[in-house]
Design a protein around this ligand. Structure first.
Ligand SMILES: *[C@@H]1O[C@H](CO)[C@@H](O)[C@H](O)[C@H]1NC(C)=O
Ligand SMILES: *[C@@H]1O[C@H](CO)[C@@H](O)[C@H](O)[C@H]1NC(C)=O
Ligand SMILES: *[C@@H]1O[C@H](CO)[C@@H](O)[C@H](O)[C@H]1NC(C)=O
Ligand SMILES: *[C@@H]1O[C@H](CO)[C@@H](O)[C@H](O)[C@H]1NC(C)=O
Ligand SMILES: *[C@@H]1O[C@H](CO)[C@@H](O)[C@H](O)[C@H]1NC(C)=O
Ligand SMILES: *[C@@H]1O[C@H](CO)[C@@H](O)[C@H](O)[C@H]1NC(C)=O
Ligand SMILES: *[C@@H]1O[C@H](CO)[C@@H](O)[C@H](O)[C@H]1NC(C)=O
Ligand SMILES: *[C@@H]1O[C@H](CO)[C@@H](O)[C@H](O)[C@H]1NC(C)=O
Ligand SMILES: *[C@@H]1O[C@H](CO)[C@@H](O)[C@H](O)[C@H]1NC(C)=O
Ligand SMILES: *[C@@H]1O[C@H](CO)[C@@H](O)[C@H](O)[C@H]1NC(C)=O
Length: 577
């Protein structure tokens, strides 16, 4: 018995009503649509069915077998929170915790929701330092529950500070007669004591920064603390100063894209938009680059992973297996150490963000992780910095609403600098090589869109200290996104959409590698703005191979039902590859 209404809405209408929202939406050449769940209201008593557990597949965080100190930092029901202040709480490290050294600190976000609601982007900050960027799951009438755990050990210096700090969470949620979902949330922290002096579960020594400087907007605010980048010329950032004894610096950047750029990888070139008078349709082509600038000079680039939020493409794909990165959005590290020579002058500098080809809106902020020399002031010099030009080539070939667009891009960035500290004089060479290819086809009068996109990221950091062997850190990332989206208007207010999506990444570091691939296929039949039928089938293969442990999971679902789910922890029996 389908009693649900309005699974489809014109996106732009909503944009005017609620600017700044993260909406689930779907691309379609003539209109831009979005949807929540094509949900069936159960005719039986809702309270009988247990809530559905939603999850994102990832390797569990390894923690020592000791009882952690724990703290519930925040408990809140997020009803109509759009345009209101973030929810604040006072955070102090738990006084009753008898330990002082920790090998692991874990943040846990637990939430329940019932009814109908869109996917909402949210952020969690401590003293302006972002700890988690995430997207809510879309509820169903019988209720859902989900839990996100994140290893936040790298924020130890902040979390263990002996003072009261402001913890904040912003979700722009909207409640009305149709969208009834209130998010009931608990945020907790778990502090796992160090078990052994050496070789404990914790990260390598020196991997936790001594000081973290946030690049986000200050409270009070009636919004998230992130900066909002609205177009390709928009630049947002902040002035900052660093102490005179820094010997290592890494910038961690949080990025999410919304509204007209939620599906940036599917945006056709502006020429196509103009020629076809699709004035309300997002354009600027499918290439985006987040640039980080120091005192006005570009020092790093991020070509982001295509995170699909929980209502994207076909919302049924992501129930209950959420899209890769949707519950814990990826962050991107930019090595700042070579530039320390410029920053150690005791003066203020500017760090800023921009997005090539951006359309409204990108939410960006960052944390500068600094390692301090406890004995002396440090000195440094930037020896070399080169940012190669962005090389973009595109082939645009269309007639009316049908056509093919191929966009390719490459960029190389390198910087070298030395830093003299009580650990010696260390030279750091950082290089970033990026490449991108997107091929998009529009057919059937623009009703059929296919997108095939690949991004390659090659990051190398090489440090050289006289008298010791050089240390290298290499990271190779590949991001894959393929989509087939076929919309057919069947007349009399009826339509059928068939969508297939393949989404994934490979990440190879010196000692470990991850392969993570999702495939979704399904369809939605719509009649008079009502989804009358639909299927979302998803399968996922996640494989982690590390020096000490392995983890793999092979899972699939159809609509809300898990079809199969196999987890393996033994390196020898993990699923091939
Ligand atoms: C935090 O503590 C201060 C001082 O005790 C108090 O005034 C404030 O209301 C508290 N804030 C929250 C969000 O509880
Ligand atoms: C959060 O959810 C997880 C998974 O269901 C559960 O193990 C954990 O105990 C929950 N935490 C709290 C504080 O309720
Ligand atoms: C949050 O914590 C409260 C109190 O422990 C508990 O009653 C509630 O079920 C929790 N909610 C979630 C979503 O974990
Ligand atoms: C924390 O700060 C308070 C007040 O400044 C001080 O009395 C206390 O000893 C400090 N605790 C630790 C563990 O440093
Ligand atoms: C870009 O966005 C900024 C910030 O909102 C605004 O001031 C500027 O006018 C916009 N530029 C264009 C070309 O729209
Ligand atoms: C677009 O609009 C212009 C002016 O209104 C019109 O001349 C042109 O034919 C339109 N093009 C298409 C493809 O509809
Ligand atoms: C930082 O940028 C602001 C605005 O562009 C400018 O006024 C200020 O002088 C800059 N500061 C430095 C240290 O470059
Ligand atoms: C979509 O996925 C299904 C199932 O994997 C497959 O049978 C079908 O051929 C795919 N369609 C396209 C156009 O890729
Ligand atoms: C989805 O999976 C179900 C169960 O395996 C299958 O019966 C159905 O044909 C699949 N639908 C599509 C569109 O692939
Ligand atoms: C999948 O869910 C949709 C929406 O709730 C429903 O219309 C459809 O009948 C379900 N399909 C299957 C095969 O269970």
């Amino acid at each position: 018995m389908a009693s649900s209404v309005l699974p489809f809405l014109f996106f732009l209408l909503l944009l005017f009503l609620n600017p700044g929202f993260s909406q689930a939406n779907l691309h379609h050449s003539k209109t831009l649509l979005r949807s929540t769940l094509p949900s069936q209201q159960s005719p039986t008593d809702d309270t009988i069915a247990p809530p559905t557990l939603f999850f994102e597949v990832t390797k569990p965080i390894s923690v020592p077998h000791t009882k952690p100190c724990s703290l519930t930092v925040l408990h809140h029901d997020f009803g109509y929170t759009y345009g209101k202040s973030p929810v604040l709480a006072n955070y102090t490290f738990p006084h009753d915790c008898s330990f002082q050294e920790f090998s692991r600190i874990v943040l846990e976000w637990n939430a329940t929701c019932k009814g109908r609601q869109f996917d909402r982007i949210f952020g969690v900050w401590l003293s302006g330092v972002e700890l988690l960027r995430s997207c809510t799951a879309e509820p169903r009438p019988t209720g859902i529950v989900w839990s996100v755990k994140k290893d936040v050990t790298k924020y130890s210096s902040l979390l263990l500070m002996n003072k009261t700090q402001t913890f904040s969470v912003y979700i722009g949620n909207l409640i009305d007669e149709t969208y009834t979902g209130v998010y009931h949330v608990n945020v907790s922290l778990y502090f796992y004591p160090a078990v052994e002096k050496k070789g404990d579960v914790g990260s390598e020594t020196g991997s936790k920064a001594d000081l973290i400087i946030p690049f986000s907007r200050d409270l009070p605010l009636k919004d998230g603390l992130w900066f909002e980048i609205q177009n390709s010329t928009d630049v947002k950032g902040k002035e900052f100063e660093i102490p005179r004894n820094v010997y290592k610096a890494v910038l961690e950047v949080y990025v999410s894209f919304h509204e007209k750029d939620e599906f940036w990888y599917g945006n056709p070139p502006t020429e196509y938009i103009v020629a076809n008078n699709l004035t309300d349709f997002p354009g600027n082509g499918p290439f985006r680059e987040v640039l980080v600038s120091l005192d006005g000079e570009h020092i790093g680039a991020i070509w982001p992973f295509t995170v699909v939020y929980t209502g994207g493409i076909n919302p049924l794909f992501w129930r209950p297996i959420s899209a890769i990165g949707s519950f814990d959005l990826p962050t991107y590290d930019i090595e700042i150490t070579p530039f320390l020579g410029k920053l150690l002058d005791g003066k203020s500098h500017n760090l800023s963000f921009s997005v090539t080809n951006a359309l409204n809106v990108w939410y960006i902020d960052a944390n500068l992780h600094l390692w301090l020399d406890c004995n002396s002031k440090t000195k440094g010099k930037l020896l070399h910095h080169n940012i190669g030009p962005l090389v973009v080539s595109s082939v645009t070939d269309f007639h009316g609403l049908d056509g093919k667009f191929v966009t390719k891009a490459t960029r190389s960035i390198s910087s070298t600098g030395w830093i003299k500290s009580s650990y010696g004089k260390i030279t750091t060479i950082s290089t970033q090589d990026l490449s991108y290819r997107n091929s998009m086809v529009m057919a059937k009068d623009g009703n059929l869109q296919t997108v095939n996109q690949k991004i390659r990221f090659n990051n190398r950091i090489h440090s050289n200290m006289p008298g010791s062997s050089p240390k290298s850190k290499k990271t190779l990332k590949r991001f894959l996104f393929n989509m087939y989206y076929d919309y057919s208007n069947q007349g009399n207010g009826a339509s059928l959409t068939v969508a297939n999506v393949t989404l994934g990444f490979n990440e190879k570091r010196l000692k470990d590698k991850v392969r993570n691939l999702q495939k979704g296929n399904g369809l939605m039949a719509v009649k008079d703005n009502l989804v009358v039928n639909g299927v979302g089938n998803t399968s996922q293969m996640y494989i982690y191979n590390g020096p000490k442990s392995c983890y793999s999971r092979d899972v699939s679902s159809s609509n809300y039902t898990i079809l199969h789910d196999k987890v393996r922890k033994n390196c020898k029996t993990s699923f091939g590859i």
